[in-house]
Design a binder for this molecule. Structure first.
Ligand code: SF4
Length: 136
């Protein structure tokens, strides 16, 4: 994992409006979970060091607020943004309506590659409707 990828996880980069055009998505469900875990771990260590430094152990609960404001809430915001982008992607692409599409990572399960508006690994040959569409 390179340094830029770690920074992306840590900074909860929200991506841009052309997120769906990128071949390699900046945001995935996995990156959000990783970002949440890394941020929480850093905040817990920092808050306990601070509490220990000022010698106020009764304020341990303060770290919960830090985790909410600087880890959980930003993760929730990014997850909302990600869901919005993936819904747009599903409506506007062939892969989005395919049963082999994995929306948690904007991935094709058969080819194990990220798909984008301009990149369809199978070029339509392996497309199959997802079960939701069959049922309608
Ligand atoms: S099988 Fe083809 S259409 Fe379906 S998700 Fe994979 S690349 Fe896209």
């Amino acid at each position: 994992m390179d340094f830029k990828k770690i920074l992306d996880l840590l900074m909860f980069r929200e991506g841009t409006n052309d997120e769906n055009d990128l071949k390699e998505p900046v945001i995935t469900t996995g990156s959000i979970v990783w970002g949440l875990l890394i941020r929480s771990a850093i905040l817990i260590v920092l808050s306990f060091l601070l509490i220990d430094f000022i010698d106020r152990r009764e304020y341990w609960w303060f770290s919960l607020f830090l985790i909410w404001f600087f880890a959980a809430y930003p993760a929730y915001r990014q997850y909302t943004f990600y869901n919005q982008k993936i819904e747009e992607f599903k409506e506007s692409t062939l892969c989005g309506s395919c049963k082999h599409f994995d929306q948690t990572g904007r991935l094709c399960r058969i080819y194990d590659e990220h798909v984008s508006k301009d990149y369809i690994p199978c070029e339509g040959d392996s497309w199959e409707p997802n079960s939701y569409e069959i049922g309608q």
